[in-house]
Design a protein around this ligand. Structure first.
Ligand code: FE2
Length: 296
């Protein structure tokens, strides 16, 4: 089947048509999708026939999947569930419930799992129930942002390592987002602040909301630099917004893009998105011993 690839933004992102990722796929078709992923970093597929089983089968072609931790209602499965619906009863979860407060962290620009030592290669998010308005996902190209950095900042990034932590990013939203059990499960990771694409050779900024501070710098100075970098990298010129329809699948590269969710009326409307997350292929930086132990 011939794929059609339609760019969505001058710098990155493409809509792929002519394929149903819910159906068995030959190797040549998957190879074309994988190379579009390397070229565009965000791929949008409309009108897909995905259910949970099909999504897992397709996602596994990119690599091994993460298992959701304690912080997600789908704990122990290969889905990170993003929803305002109770998993057991299907009822709308009240806005003040911890599960909804926790999801507010998704309004911050971030790369999924950058707080895990191996990070994530990509996420696959499938829209099952979509609100009539709001609840978009926005993407920012860290490659385009890097290219636009002043030369002295590009040089400064060479060799820098940042500590990433889910506890840090969630506590910027509220101090009560995580239980002690969740905190113990995800101590953090060290990541280089610059990544080079293994296929295209292009460089990109690696930071986002989970990046807490710069190793070897005074904490506040590192925080201020990361804030500046995140603000610079998420200017509208490096971004596009995806308005979801039920049946959409979007795959994004967690190494070279940031993303965030936009708000929707969680009391009046229903939303159910299923995310599978493909593990990162390699460490970007040596980990301190305490993180190696936690990741083992
Ligand atoms: Fe995310």
């Amino acid at each position: 089947m011939a794929l059609t690839i339609q760019p969505l933004h001058p710098q990155f992102g493409a809509e792929v048509s002519g394929v149903d990722t819910g159906l068995p796929m030959d190797d040549a078709t998957f190879a074309a999708i994988r190379s579009a992923f390397d070229a565009y970093a965000v791929l949008v597929f409309r009108d897909q026939s995905l259910d949970d089983e099909r999504q897992i089968a397709f996602s596994r072609r990119f690599g091994p999947l993460e298992t959701a931790g304690t912080a997600n209602p789908a704990k122990g499965t290969q889905f990170a569930r993003q929803s305002n619906l109770d998993m057991q009863t299907g009822a709308v979860i009240p806005a003040e419930d911890r599960r909804m407060i926790y999801q507010k962290g998704n309004y911050l620009w971030h790369a999924d799992s950058s707080f895990r030592p191996a990070g994530s290669l990509c996420s696959l998010l499938s829209a099952r129930i979509v609100p009539p308005e709001g609840g978009n996902t926005e993407f920012a190209s860290m490659t385009a942002a890097y290219d636009a950095l002043p030369d002295d900042t590009k040089q400064k990034l060479e060799g820098l390592v940042a500590e990433h932590s889910l506890v840090y990013s969630r506590e910027t939203v509220t101090k009560d987002a995580l239980t002690p059990e969740m905190k113990a499960e995800l101590p953090g990771a060290w990541q280089t602040m610059l990544r080079t694409h293994p296929v295209t050779g292009r460089k990109a900024i690696y930071a986002g909301a989970h990046a807490s501070h710069v190793i070897g710098w005074p904490r506040e100075e590192g925080r201020a630099f990361i804030r500046w970098l995140n603000d610079f990298a998420t200017q509208p010129r490096f971004c596009f917004s995806h308005a979801w329809r039920a049946g959409d699948l979007v795959i994004w590269d967690n190494r070279f893009t940031l993303h965030r969710a936009t708000a929707y009326d969680t009391v009046r409307h229903k939303r159910l998105m299923q995310r599978t997350t493909v593990k990162g292929e390699a460490l970007t930086a040596a980990q301190p011993e305490r993180y190696e132990l936690a990741a083992a």
